[in-house]
Write a protein that binds this ligand. Sequence first.
Ligand SMILES: Nc1ncnc2c1ncn2[C@@H]1O[C@H](COP(=O)(O)OP(=O)(O)OP(=O)(O)O)[C@@H](O)[C@H]1O
Ligand SMILES: [Mg+2]
Length: 456
Amino acid sequence: MSDAHLLLLGVLAATAAGLWAWRRWHYRSYWLVVAFPLTALSVWATWRKVALGCGLTKKRQRFWFTTVPGLVSSTGVVRVRRRFQRVAVDTRPFMWLPMPTRYGWRVTLHTLEGQIPGDFADAAERLAHSWGVHAVRVSSPRPGRVVLCATVRDPLVRVDTVPTSAELLKVTVGRLETGGPWVIDFRTVPHYLNAGATQSGKSNLANVLVQGLAPQPVALVGFDLKGGVELTPYEPRLSALATTRTESVALLDDLVGLMTSRMAVCREAGTRNIWQLPDEQRPTPVVVLVDELAELYLMADKSEKDEIAKTSTALLRVAQLGRAFGIYLFCSGQRIGSDLGPGVTALRAQCSGRICHRVNDPETATMTLGDLDPAALASARAIPAETPGVAIVASQDGQWYRARSFYVSEQAAEHAATAYADLAPSWEDLISGHAVRMSDADLADFLDSIPDPRKA
Ligand SMILES: Nc1ncnc2c1ncn2[C@@H]1O[C@H](COP(=O)(O)OP(=O)(O)OP(=O)(O)O)[C@@H](O)[C@H]1O
Ligand SMILES: [Mg+2]
């Protein structure tokens, strides 16, 4: 072998090693500079074949000119003698150049006549396999356009560390599949349902919230009817904690009373919610964490019937009015089915924030994500047990995403709860406002005046 060959081999080996090291140590820049341009070119160049294979093309009649008559014939049997002829060709949806995203790429397409975004969603799995990517998600920013978002590898296998939250009642709890932050913002979406099978990561999400909200000027309240095992460690930062049914009835009573007094303050000031009050008059927002929602509705024996009815009504009332008066719900549960009673169904309608971790029964997924795309339900049921913390979340833009929460151990959340214990307002101080009783007619009046966020 000549020296030139050896040199060439050496250079190639060094380049390969360099690329490997680059990919390993700084995947993002490697992806942008090396891998993405190649991927984009190949996606663009093979689009006709891929679209054809995935059934996304349409037959169109085109004039065709050929110098050799008979070469182009749509049937292959009839020999056409003209140089100009009309033939049926497969047209693909027009594709713009792919753009890089953090975990893959995104491309805009123009739909062909008769195509809807659903056609692309149906073909998403085929597209993912054709391109060799982890997943392809479809959205439609406006009629006639479809955006395909490809993620090259599952970005949720490992998510990084928790950023601190700067804004009141807003916590970045994890990452979306798109690479964007998964944000829980109680001021935009006031109440949340957080469902999932056992060991799916529900409590972990509550831990992230506790850690994120602990340094903020908010009051935290807990309902933990699983004997208090989940929330008791955070008691230093909680203003109140109910671990038995009797305690929860009393605590809910207090919450309804708190709401009524805040309502009176708002009425006096002529505002519709506490956020329109001047700063010095604005009461502390309250975030209510419920671990295992079903426990609040399940009856051990007949004697509890009244208490359950009371609990159910009070919780529903908190959900209906809470958003205007700074009381927010975060309800976790393994099962959120209609079998728990009409109270749960009504509560569910009030909770516009939906988070569905891995679930075993289709009913919980349907109850949690019910009004979303069926593909979201399928996705929720396909979450593997090896990735706890992965969930399907309904976002404010009406879309759904796969997301994964940051891992926050109980110790870390407990540490935050202890460190910020002095920020917990005492329950007595919180509810000592002038409690005013309101008639049902007044309440109904108020309910009417508050817009439903789901309709907004
Ligand atoms: N985002 C995450 N990243 C990594 N590990 C996680 C994540 N979320 C949860 N886990 C792990 O999964 C395990 C189960 O989580 P968690 O206790 O939150 O489940 P759960 O849904 O509350 O279960 P249960 O219904 O039994 O209370 C935990 O031990 C935790 O270590
Ligand atoms: Mg739990």
